[in-house]
Design a protein around this ligand. Structure first.
Ligand code: GLC
Length: 421
């Protein structure tokens, strides 16, 4: 049954993911504490150096809004354990750095002013809290250790206390920042697949969800709590699903949202140069919406607090395309099965208006053939300039042939809007 509080989410389709934390300072990867097996003392230098003097979330929010993004999800705490908000429950927080202010509050205010809905990413994993049980799956100092060695290292640690910390933190985030639209947990790696893994019992997911639903009744929860039935949204990452996603990380749900980066990591990655092109980024958005999904496109702001030029450029590419084509995205989803995708094309469909949008991913020379379309098409136009696309019909073969200009219209992915009878 469709959930009412998901309506805006499946309508809006496009959001911004923001991974920002101490890892922005080294700029190597948000997992560097794990990758480089750093201990707390070694990691401390990033805390000491953290002072984003060029942080202006209004610039971020404007760029997101211009790109057509309607919501955002920001890291309140990543696996490193550092809190980007003024936590009541730890000293390992942004207000204790040279920067001194609650970045989450500033970000929330700036994005709300641009009418974006608010989402919090909160890491279940915590490589800093003194009570969090060390495992050998991803905990930096636990990697390569035997279960006996781990038992020794875990003496004095108490996951129950960590659970209390986790729940207290979430309660604070859901009471002190107004209406929160999404809470995005990351992530479970349960037993028995992982011998020293963590799942619903290690987070007390059941009571966590109960608390969340009481504090923020309309909130959307993702699927990573290892608690079947608790997730509203499935969250595949860095893939382009062939079909609508209905199962992910052992959970099922009606909605799905793919998250993607512009280049490799989620946090700022100075030396990662394999950036997706403008075309690939627009393709991503279309490839999610045409399978009933949302796209959560990530930025990793720098240690100085700005979004680097490479990312700003891509956001600008989204803005350019969305300016002419947003109605093929908002309110749209998978097309009815009776209309198979023509070669190199993707359909999206707006149920309310009965409009079909043909995204031409690879521009052809003369014609595009639409199967099962004879007698059904009233009018067709190129979205970019509203110009008519003429067509002929072959009733016997049940095919409509669109006559398209030979030169590709000047936009990354041209879209032809099809008005059905
Ligand atoms: C992974 C990574 C993490 C990132 C997340 C985004 O689970 O652990 O670094 O935040 O994906 O989906």
């Amino acid at each position: 049954m469709a959930k009412d509080y998901l309506k805006w989410f499946t309508h809006d389709r496009f959001g911004m993911f923001i991974h920002w934390g101490l890892y922005a300072v080294p700029g190597r990867h948000e997992w560097l504490k794990n990758h480089e097996k750093l201990n707390d003392e070694q990691y401390q230098r990033f805390f000491d150096a953290f002072n984003p003097d060029m942080f202006d979330p209004k610039v971020w929010a404007r760029a997101a809004a211009a790109a057509g993004m309607k919501y955002f999800v920001v890291t309140t705490k990543h696996h490193e354990g550092f809190c980007m908000f003024d936590s009541h429950y730890t000293d390992f927080k942004i207000t204790n750095t040279a920067y001194g202010k609650d970045a989450i509050r500033e970000i929330v205010d700036a994005f709300r002013a641009e009418n974006l809905k608010v989402g919090f990413y909160h890491s279940l994993i915590d490589w800093h809290h003194p009570d969090y049980i060390i495992d050998n799956v991803n905990y930096p100092s636990g990697l390569g250790k035997t279960e006996e060695e781990l038992a020794e290292m875990n003496k004095g640690r108490d996951q129950k206390k960590y659970i209390r910390y986790l729940h207290d933190s979430v309660r604070q985030l859901l009471t002190e920042y107004g209406k929160i639209d999404i809470i995005w947990f990351d992530f479970s790696f349960p037993k028995p697949k992982y011998a020293t893994g963590k799942g619903r019992e290690d987070w007390d997911s059941e009571n966590l969800v109960k608390m969340i639903r009481t504090l923020q009744p309309g909130i959307i929860i993702n699927n990573r709590l290892d608690l079947p039935g608790s997730g509203d949204v499935l969250t595949p990452e860095q893939v382009i699903p062939e079909e609508k996603v209905t199962e992910c990380r052992g959970a099922t749900a009606d909605a799905w949202e793919g998250c993607q980066t512009f280049s490799g990591p989620w946090g700022y990655g100075r030396d990662f140069n394999n950036w997706k092109s403008a075309k690939q980024c627009i393709d991503l958005l279309i490839n999610h919406v045409c399978r009933d999904g949302n796209l959560l496109m990530n930025v990793g702001p720098t240690g100085r607090g700005y979004i680097e030029e490479r990312a700003m450029e891509r956001l600008g590419d989204f803005a350019k395309w969305m300016k002419f084509h947003s109605s093929s995205i908002y309110g749209c989803g998978m097309a009815p099965e009776e209309f198979p995708e023509p070669r190199d094309c993707r359909y999206t469909y707006n149920k309310e208006t009965n409009e079909l949008f043909l995204h031409v991913m690879n521009w052809p020379c003369f014609t595009i053939r639409l199967k099962n379309m004879a007698g059904k098409l009233k009018f067709a136009k190129l979205m970019l300039d509203g110009s008519e696309i003429t067509f002929t019909e072959d009733e016997e073969k049940n095919i409509v042939s669109l006559r398209v200009p030979i030169a590709k219209p000047d936009t990354e992915v041209p879209v032809i809007q099809l008005f059905l009878k």
